[in-house]
Write a protein that binds this ligand. Structure first.
Ligand SMILES: [Zn+2]
Length: 276
């Protein structure tokens, strides 16, 4: 447990309202000066840090959420229908083509300054990243991810026998095609599907275990760009972790500090304040 480093302790929620956008451009204040002091102090003394990341962090790199308005050719299909095993089996080329398009979009994006900052931070402190994001932007930003809770879009396995496999990704493109036949499993001939967690599927036990272990041991927890990792955040808080939400649009997440900023702005500023 970290020592109490602030007279405020954990009582109540401190609303940080950085005037970042108003003052950054007039040269009077640096981004680093807007990092909440309490967060810097907590980070300096933390033995273990947990960072929970979600869609907002990838969105800053240009990865859409693939909800209705961004589903392109597939806008007449519900995301649920496209992200279930039933949906896959009903029309494998249609669903595989949708994922190839998404893979193409992710491949065309680059990690943002927030991803890179976490990678830099990991070289000096024990920092576990647990993400809901299925892209590989954390890894390409130089970080190691402890848990991809919703799986990975760059890993594949057979829908029938479960063996891992490597499909032909050459059709992956930001230019969508409506149907592409999936690659066959080398062992049984079944379809190779992305190793993401479809609706109606369980999260992988290993990913849950890693997230629970990290949440149980963290002194400091950052919840970045998401409002829906309620369980790990609540678990961390119940184990005494100081929980900070980093989000441009604060949510109803129960936490100790809300820092109204984005990942790509706030995390580099924080890491710079820490001297890394
Ligand atoms: Zn197979």
């Amino acid at each position: 447990m970290p020592p109490e480093v602030s007279p405020r302790g954990k009582v109540g929620v401190t609303e940080c309202q950085p005037c970042f956008r108003r003052t950054w451009n007039n040269g009077t204040m640096s981004p680093e000066s807007h990092v909440p002091d309490e967060l810097v102090e907590r980070a300096r003394v933390a033995d273990r840090i947990l960072v929970l990341t979600g869609a907002g962090m990838s969105a800053e790199s240009g990865v859409p959420t693939f909800r209705d308005e961004s589903a392109g050719l597939w806008s007449q299909y519900s995301p649920e229908a496209m992200a279930t095993e039933r949906g896959w089996r009903a029309d494998p080329p249609l669903v595989w083509a949708w994922y190839l398009w998404r893979i193409g979009i992710v491949q065309a994006t680059t990690p943002n300054a927030g991803h890179v900052a976490l990678g830099r931070w990991q070289t000096t402190q024990r920092l576990d990243i647990v993400t809901q994001n299925i892209d590989d932007l954390h890894e390409r930003g130089g970080a190691i991810v402890a848990s991809h809770l919703h799986g990975r879009l760059d890993r594949f396995h057979c829908i029938d026998c479960g063996r891992p496999g490597t499909p032909d990704l050459s059709p992956a493109s930001t230019e969508p095609k409506l149907r592409v036949p999936p690659s066959p499993c080398g062992a049984c001939g079944g379809d190779l599907r992305p190793s993401i967690v479809f609706f109606e599927e369980m999260l992988r036990a290993e990913d849950i275990d890693n997230a629970v272990e990290s949440a149980s041991a963290a002194d400091l927890t950052l919840v970045v760009g998401t409002s829906s990792v309620v369980y790990p955040a609540a678990l961390a808080r119940s184990h005494g972790s100081f929980v900070v939400e980093i989000n441009p649009n604060p949510t109803g997440l129960a936490c100790d500090l809300k820092w109204q900023t984005t990942a790509a702005t706030g995390l580099p500023a924080l890491v710079t304040r820490l001297g890394f």
